[in-house]
Design a binder for this molecule. Structure first.
Ligand code: UN1
Length: 507
């Protein structure tokens, strides 16, 4: 007799307790490699739940901001240790709900571990400036202060790494958090919050709500008691976040689309460049903001590059990410797969030359998942839609170029500016590219993906709004400067007015 499998039911975490949503409704989290597998049911939160979470975070802020940063750091160090101990299980959970291969989900968890250790270290490094005053018997310095309740809205492609980029610096600076993860990957978000709770983050300091953008995201980002919003996702939604933040001047950090390029010069190590284009283009099934979705190749090596790149793409093993032999997993969901298929058709209509892939995979082991072949279009015109718009799937456009100047022009001629890369053995060309590509990240002889946690991450133009995540840049975003002047002269000293006598004693 078949027994019905009872799905695991998850809850929201508000004010230190796992609680049901006020809606009493839940949504399904299914495995994109096998949609028969129901991972769990997650609460569909409501505006009332949002209000409860923000209230809890506001209340907790009064206490958390007064805990010395090195003490807050001890909790983060503990959380990092726990993430490390649980890394394999966390990665497996992530592959089951997100689809990317185990090697990559281990990397995603590792990125969260790195960020947690890094930000814990920042607990003893929240340095300000101490400087002489222009007046005698007066002291001047600056300190960082926290901002308040922070709303975090995160995507599904890095279900643990990206939340950690936001939550860890927010916490170390003394802020409290209301976290709304993507509905495709709530389990990894739940796992991260569970670790933080077990590591000793006090009640109300981190709250998580799952549910839709309209029901949870929208009321959260316009809530009057939220002081800061950090969002990673599409440029279209990012614009709405920015607009929601504007009326009350909430601090707002946006990390949005990309159309990243690899430039391959005629003197490049071609083996290396092909390895890079495969990893950059098809890693995470191309579902990275940093994915190398364009490659421009010098005409002298173009033919050889395209042939070898296409052959490699065709030989990639697509499948369930939990199988250790799989090299590329599925798309996250049906609608993302549809988008990929639509763009493939657009590319064909635009006259680009399909040299690898181009089809959905749906028979045999692929029948229950959202799989698509690794796909390459060659002979693309840089103005084609497939070469301009973010696809967020396993589709790479190859564009021929005449020389470095031409390549740089192609590189910069998109609305996005996250990451770029150049393969060359000529140091002059490398430095020119580093200077002239207008993106937030440039790689030399490495693909466009693989940013490390202790350096700024983010992009120019329609990729971002000027802020950066990770590294010290994150501390800058999650804190505000406060300048302190202490006058110990016991008399009124007027800045800019009572100073001239020091400057010119003869006057
Ligand atoms: C993203 O795609 O949104 O640099 C983040 C990288 C990763 C992070 C990607 N460390 O590719």
């Amino acid at each position: 007799m078949a027994t019905a499998v009872i799905p695991k039911v998850f809850k929201n975490y508000i004010n230190g307790e796992w609680v049901e949503s006020r809606s009493n409704k839940a949504f399904e989290n299914r495995n994109p490699a096998n949609t028969d597998e129901l991972i769990g049911m997650f609460p569909s939160a409501t505006e009332e739940d949002v209000n409860a979470a923000v209230d809890a975070a506001k209340e907790a802020y009064n206490r958390w901001r007064l805990i010395p940063a090195p003490k807050r750091a001890e909790i983060l160090f503990r959380a990092a240790e726990m993430l490390l101990e649980r890394k394999e299980d966390l990665a497996r959970d992530m592959t089951s709900e997100m689809g990317k291969i185990l090697v990559e989900t281990r990397g995603d968890v590792q990125e969260a571990i790195d960020m947690t250790y890094y930000m814990a270290g920042e607990g003893r490094r929240q340095f300000g400036q101490t400087t002489p005053s222009e007046l005698r018997d007066k002291f001047a310095m600056s300190v960082r202060q926290p901002i308040g309740v922070c709303a975090m809205i995160t995507p599904w492609n890095f279900p643990m790494a990206i939340p950690s980029w936001k939550i860890m610096p927010a916490l170390i600076c003394g802020n409290t958090v209301v976290f709304k993860p993507a509905s495709d990957t709530p389990l990894s978000a739940y796992n991260l919050v569970q670790v933080l709770a077990e590591a000793g983050v006090p009640r109300g300091v981190v709250n998580i709500l799952t549910g839709g953008g309209r029901e949870v995201g929208a009321p959260l980002m316009s809530h009057p008691d939220v002081s800061l919003v950090s969002f990673t996702g599409s440029t279209e939604v990012g614009r709405r976040v920015s607009e929601a933040c504007a009326p009350s001047f909430k601090h707002c950090q946006l990390e949005m689309g990309g159309k990243n390029i690899i430039i391959v010069m005629d003197d490049a190590n071609l083996d290396l460049a092909i390895d890079g284009a495969i990893w950059g283009g098809f890693g995470t099934t191309g579902q990275r903001c940093t994915a190398a979705s364009r490659v421009t190749v010098h005409k002298k090596v173009y033919k050889e590059f395209v042939e070898r790149f296409a052959a490699r793409a065709k030989s990639l093993k697509v499948g369930d990410g939990l199988d250790p032999t799989t090299e590329m997993g599925p798309c996250i969901n049906e609608s993302q797969l549809q988008t990929v298929m639509e763009y493939v058709q657009i590319g064909i209509n635009e006259g680009a030359k399909l040299v690898a892939g181009g089809h959905r995979l749906e028979s045999g082991p692929y029948a229950r998942g959202w799989f698509h072949e690794p796909t390459i279009f060659a002979d693309c015109d840089p103005k084609m839609r497939i070469a301009q718009e973010e696809i967020f799937g396993p589709v790479v456009c190859v564009i021929p170029c005449n020389d470095l100047e031409h390549a740089l022009e192609v590189a910069n001629d998109v609305v996005y500016g996250l990451s770029a890369s150049i393969y060359t053995r000529d140091v002059n060309k490398a430095f020119q590219a580093m200077r002239d590509i207008y993106t937030g990240i440039v790689y030399v002889n490495a693909p466009t993906i693989g940013a490390e946690t202790h350096l700024p991450f983010g992009g120019t133009k329609q990729t971002g709004n000027g802020h950066r995540e990770a590294g010290v840049a994150a501390i800058d975003f999650y804190s505000e400067w406060k300048t302190l002047y202490v006058d110990f002269s016991d008399r009124l000293q007027r800045a800019q007015i009572d100073t001239s006598s020091f400057a010119r004693p003869q006057d």
